[in-house]
Each structure stands twice: as C-alpha cells, then as structure tokens.
Design a protein around this ligand. Structure first.
Ligand SMILES: [Zn+2]
Ligand SMILES: [Zn+2]
Length: 149
C-alpha cells in the first residue's frame, strides 16, 4: 500500500471513531435508535475534496433506517435530511456542530469553498491526523466529565 493511502486510511478510521463517540451511540436524527452507520454530509462532493472527508464535523452517525430507508434519508432526499439533522443536533445540544455544517454548506454553494480549495490542493496528512487525535481526546474527556457530574 502507498504511504499516502495508509495515512488517509488512518485519518478515516479516527474520524469514524470520533463520529460514534460524539453521538454516544445514538442516531443523530434522535429517532431513538442506535447508530450503526456513518454518513458523509456532503454526499457527491466529499470524495473530491480532502477538506471534506478529513473533517469529522462533516460526518454523522445514523441508524440504518434514517440513513437509507426513511423518506428523509440523505440518500433519498438530502434537503429534507438536512432539516431533520438540524432538529436532531439541536435536540441533543449540538447546535455548534450544526453551525459548522451550515457554514460549510453555504461556502460550498456560494463558491467560496471551491476558491479556497484550489489554493490548498494538497493536505498535510500529519497535521490533520494530529488535530483529529486531539479532537478525539477532548471528546473522551468531555464524556468522562458527563459521567462525573
Ligand atoms: Zn451516507
Ligand atoms: Zn435514526
């Protein structure tokens, strides 16, 4: 395996861990079911830009029904899905997470993201990985604090 492919895989793996840790096992639509799957928010675009697939904020944990079957499932109706996701994140006190998704969504469609993406075509995988590790550790600590208080 190529070295960059290995690094990309490590980044993807830690993103996955963060996504499920942050959701505390729940589907982020707050449908009451367990989360079993990860969804990349910017479907159709996320594979083309490292800025999208290396950022855990642009990924959410969902149950299979909300991911693929419900009428608002992102792979069936993405617009409706974003409305449901906003509700779900607000219900679970993750308004800040929603704001990050919303800002990126706006940037993607008003062209500012693409402009910026062109100026930074190559990712620094080491820096990204280190950032993700710190994000993971911070989350772990927060969850621990929840148990104490
Ligand atoms: Zn998906
Ligand atoms: Zn669900």
């Amino acid at each position: 395996m190529k070295r960059t492919a290995y690094k990309a895989q490590k980044i993807d793996k830690i993103c996955l861990k963060i996504v499920f840790l942050r959701a505390q096992g729940r589907c982020q639509i707050m449908c009451g079911r367990q989360a079993t799957e990860r969804h990349h928010i910017f479907d159709g675009k996320w594979k083309s830009y490292w800025q999208l697939w290396t950022n855990h904020h642009y990924q959410v944990a969902l149950c299979n029904k909300c991911h693929l079957i419900e009428p608002f499932a992102p792979h069936l109706n993405n617009k409706l899905f974003l409305v449901k996701l906003e509700d779900g994140l607000k219900k679970s006190q993750q308004n800040g997470h929603w704001m990050i998704i919303k800002a990126q969504h706006t940037a993607l469609y008003d062209g500012t993201f693409l402009q910026e993406a062109r100026t930074t075509p190559k990712p620094d995988y080491n820096a990204i990985y280190n950032w993700l590790v710190s994000e993971y550790e911070e989350l772990e600590e927060t969850n621990w604090m929840d148990l104490v208080t």
